[in-house]
Design a protein around this ligand. Sequence first.
Ligand code: ATP
Ligand code: MG
Ligand code: FE
Length: 351
Amino acid sequence: MKVLGLETSCDETGLAIFDSEAQHSSNQGLLGQVLYSQIELHATYGGVVPELASRDHIRKLVPLFDELLAQCKIDKSEIDAIAYTKGPGLIGALMTGALFGRTLAYALDVPAIGVHHMEGHLLAPLMGANAPAFPFVSLLVSGGHTQLIAAHGIGQYEILGESIDDAAGECFDKAAKMLGLPYPGGPNIAKLAETGNPNAYDLPRPMLHRGLDFSFSGMKTAVHNLIKDTKGADSDPYVRADIAASFQHAVVDTLVKKCVKALKQSGMQRLVIAGGVSANQHLRETLETALRKIGASVHYAPPALCTDNGAMIAYAGYQRLQAGMCDDLAVSCVPRWPLTELPPIDADSDT
Ligand code: ATP
Ligand code: MG
Ligand code: FE
């Protein structure tokens, strides 16, 4: 089954075609993917402007779709189904992809399905041939979410813990801004941290001994104070690298300790990390070392499938379509949508 995936929940227009028959070949079963980021459009405003985001998605969807077909070397008549992000996200932005997808599906006379953006992130590491089996613990770490989830099957998600304030990705973005680095902060902090000493400065590990919840807003204040009180924080490249490395290490250390705790508590042996922050190399390496010690394994997607993209939507949509689900002609988007409200797919069903 060839599924077109459309992602327009925020400031990225992502389109991809996932082919279930190609899943065991290379490239994660992806025939092709295109991604357009609106970063420059919103840069002067210091944040995503919802109305501008919607308008830009509308401008880009058709040309990107044509580009994708050319890249995949297929005709649109070969598309078997369409999956679009239905929520959570900016309502206007969601509507553009949903309407485009639903209309195209109607015109092609193929089924369409609305996908949960976070389920897209969560399942992305399962694309391709070496997918970890359920059940597993999932760490969802993105720009808007930091959650530890017990995933028993598709749509069978139990929240073990989550951030009570900022998300880890948001914290990376804010720390980067304080260091004068451009958005998105995560990759820029990671780059600056490469030559720094992660133990140069002692930053807090918030809520380390309190259950499986997270808090990152105190970390922001701590970085702010560190930059203010440290000579050379705005100019000396060595000092700046040490600050970035210490910050990254503090966030990673917190995430890793909570993951280990979640695995022990749930008795599970597999950890899947997903969302933009799961692209972080220091997080991946630290988890690998820590989990090896407790006999557990860690699984993640290639970096391009960690941040927002159309491939993860195509793949999550495919999982539900092959279980017989699809949406009717009415288009409804859900700006706020808890992952735990998704309908489960019975793993044993052969529909
Ligand atoms: P959500 O999925 O919660 O709605 P989002 O879609 O904005 O939020 P993603 O696209 O999954 O989030 O991820 C973007 C976030 O990931 C940004 O905060 C970015 O700084 C962070 N990020 C990306 N790459 C890295 C990296 N290498 N290290 C750390 N953080 C990273
Ligand atoms: Mg984004
Ligand atoms: Fe996302």
